[in-house]
Write a protein that binds this ligand. Structure first.
Ligand code: SAJ
Length: 406
């Protein structure tokens, strides 16, 4: 149980991929943390000292801080000195950001706020969200205007390396006024070793969107190059490796598209708010989304040509379902989308491979070595480490969308 003799130092609203690691990490630095989630299963799991997400080292961290009483989970918040909003901000059909979870978490906290409290939003949000939430607070609690500290501080941790990056990444901290920025910096300094960079709320909100949009644009450039090189019959992997020998060139890697709930989502927040100005950002999103269809089309065409030229049934191995190498997360995965299109549109027998997933009631998964051996067409969709060990069999047609053979 949470240490009763000590007040709650901070409440974290949202115990997902970012909220739980951040709450546990702050607790590991001796703070008394209450993690709040709307999902009773998540609350029960955490209070057993266990976790519901895959992240290296997180299980031990959560177990130790729950046993020590520094972290407790609950369905409802308690009064504390600081509050952090770390809930999802998906986008709606029209690519506009859905901040309803941020609003709901804010409204839940409003009755608990008191003078000198710190209120921080970490959820990736459209510019001006923090000011909007401040408006919600002032509307219900006018006596707190300019009496509490409100800031925005985006996370930038890489799934699979979250715990290390929570401690060591620099953080950008933007208050609705300089006092709020300072108060937030003082709190983060209790558990972050990275440099804490002060700014205002809008700049901090835009910084997060900018970081991920810049990566999406760079990946779109690599994906566009890969489609040009297929036409020009140039090995795009060789081309990029050579171009990157230039001291000031750093082209990223083509893939089967861009997945995950960050890079494929965040740029749309800028595009929907600044549609006239965000031309490159929008076109990059479209290019990266188109790349998945381009890959699916290539596989389907190859299967058709194989059957017409050989008279044999094409057997295609779709190698990888996850949204990026060496993880088990299929959210917004282009490889999953490509595989689904091949399953529904091709004339082939399709072998689906994802070595990072054990059992799965959606996909009839095949072991990657067995799939390679049985298939006559190999579609490399995700660059999982084990795939690089497979010796190439020149009798098979290989479509390399992620550089396995580079
Ligand atoms: N990808 C490529 N080619 C590349 C790099 C990535 O096709 O050269 C693809 C990946 O396969 C994946 C997608 O892009 O489908 C996103 O991969 P990622 O490596 O960007 O990883 P994420 O989305 O898990 O993490 C990103 C990171 N942001 C940046 O690197 C700027 C991370 O720091 C953020 O915290 C995270 O988004 C987030 O939560 O916003």
């Amino acid at each position: 149980m949470i240490k009763k003799d000590k007040p709650v130092d901070a409440v974290f609203m949202g115990l997902g991929y970012i909220g739980l690691p951040t709450a546990a990490f702050a607790a590991s630095k001796g703070l008394n943390i209450l993690g709040v989630d709307v999902n009773p299963t998540v609350v029960e799991t955490v209070n057993r000292g266990e976790i519901h997400i895959i992240e290296p080292y997180l299980a031990n961290l959560v177990k130790s801080v729950v046993v020590s009483g520094h972290l407790q989970a609950a369905l409802k918040p308690q009064t504390a000195g600081a509050y952090f909003i770390v809930v999802p901000t998906p986008f709606k059909q029209n690519h506009r950001a859905d901040i309803s979870y941020v609003e709901a978490a804010t409204k839940t906290l409003i009755p608990h706020l008191k003078t000198n409290d710190l209120f921080v939003i970490e959820s990736t949000s459209p510019v001006m969200t923090t000011e909007k939430m401040a408006g919600l607070i002032w509307k219900e609690r006018p006596e707190l205007k300019d009496k509490i500290y409100i800031a925005y501080c985006p996370e930038r941790v890489l799934p699979g390396n979250v715990i290390y990056e929570l401690e060591h990444n620099d953080r950008v901290i933007g208050g609705i006024n300089p006092e709020s920025t300072q108060k937030a910096i003082e709190f983060y300094a209790k558990f972050v070793k990275g440099t804490l960079h002060p700014t205002n709320a809008r700049t901090a909100e835009m910084c997060k969107l900018t970081e991920n949009s810049s990566r999406d644009v760079q990946i779109a450039f690599a994906n566009e190059l890969s489609m040009i090189c297929e036409k020009a019959e140039i090995n795009v992997w060789e081309l990029i490796a050579l171009a990157n020998r230039h001291p000031r060139v750093n082209i990223l890697q083509p893939g089967s598209g861009v997945g995950g709930h960050c890079i494929a989502v965040d740029p749309w927040f800028i595009v929907s708010d600044y549609p006239e100005q965000a031309q490159i950002i929008k076109r990059s999103r479209e290019t990266n989304d188109y790349k998945a269809d381009w890959c699916a089309n290539r596989i389907i065409e190859t299967c058709r040509r194989f059957e017409s030229e050989t008279g044999q049934e094409p057997v295609v191995a779709c190698m990888g379902l996850a949204f990026k190498p060496d993880i088990d997360d299929l959210r917004e995965s282009p490889a999953k989308y490509v595989t689904s299109r091949v399953l529904s549109e091709s004339n082939a027998k399709v072998l689906v491979v994802e070595p990072n997933i054990r059992r799965n009631d959606t996909w009839n998964l095949v072991n990657y070595r067995e799939a390679y051996q049985k298939a006559n067409i190999i579609a490399w969709l995700v660059g999982h480490k084990p795939f690089y060990e497979i010796q190439q069999d020149k009798s098979k047609i290989e479509l390399d969308f992620c550089g396995i053979r580079k």
